[in-house]
Design a protein. Structure first.
Length: 258
């Protein structure tokens, strides 16, 4: 299909160009228009949209330097931190395909998700990598670690400090794969569900405009984790695509944390 893809909604027309990477609506546009606006608040750090653009680019450059190419799947098994978001968006920025998964998954579950998604990389903490090694599960992909080094794995976290903070957004097609979500497995084992770059635009903007009547002044917090669809929508896609602020908490969402 050539030319813009346009849908008429109750709140107006939504158009997507043929060459389109949805990261541009999460980061690029906001970094250009409101660079000093707070994008993410967390226990670890606070990021403006300009900061977020830099962190996303650093992550994209590191992932690409390790060999990730267009449509390669990268599993991200981290808690809800700015690094998780930056790695997710950085992976999409280079045209690769991220999938946020439960960092508390067992070694067997990690192995299953890597195989099911045909992932080329698994990004996790050194503690998770050691657990996988201890359980003697074969993870058929490269393991990238943060918060420490593990023999046989690539140290990811140490490369971020010296990574280039400039990165051109890869010109994906609107019908290219953007990210993978694993279903809950209610009817069996979890299924790897692929989403395209255009998908988020129609689902997110209609919800933002016609249900939430959202504005850039809004602040979001979700008790649901990023590896759940609801958590990712309310902690990542909805706030960033509307230029708002999201609050991330790596700790379990107990009443005290909330």
């Amino acid at each position: 299909m050539v030319g813009d893809l346009t849908y008429q909604t109750p709140s107006g027309k939504i158009s997507i160009a043929e060459t389109f990477n949805v990261v541009s609506l999460h980061v690029d546009r906001n970094a250009a228009s409101t660079p000093d606006k707070i994008a993410i608040v967390s226990q670890e750090r606070t990021l403006t949209y300009k900061d977020l653009e830099s962190e996303v680019s650093k992550n994209g450059n590191v992932i690409r330097s390790l060999g990730a190419k267009k449509t390669d799947v990268v599993l991200i098994a981290l808690s809800d931190t700015p690094l998780n978001v930056a790695a997710f968006l950085g992976t999409m920025k280079i045209g690769a395909v991220p999938a946020i998964v439960n960092p508390a998954s067992s070694a067997a579950e990690m192995e299953y998700m890597v195989q099911k998604s045909n992932a080329k990389f698994l990004l996790c903490t050194a503690q998770t990598a050691r657990h996988i090694r201890k359980e003697k599960h074969s993870i058929p992909c490269d393991i990238l670690t943060v918060e420490g080094k593990v023999e046989g794995c690539f140290e990811y976290g140490g490369r971020l400090g010296s990574a280039d903070s400039n990165l051109q957004t890869f010109p994906t097609n609107r019908n290219d794969p953007a990210y993978v979500v694993f279903s809950s497995g209610t009817t069996g084992k979890p299924k790897a569900v692929l989403h395209l770059h255009k998908d988020l635009v129609f689902t997110t903007y209609q919800f933002l405009n016609e249900v939430m009547h959202a504005t850039a002044a809004d602040v979001y917090y979700s008790g649901s984790r990023l590896f759940f669809s609801a958590g990712r929508m309310f902690s990542l896609h909805l706030p960033l695509m509307s230029g708002a602020t999201t609050i991330l908490a790596s700790a379990r969402p107990s009443p005290d944390v909330i």
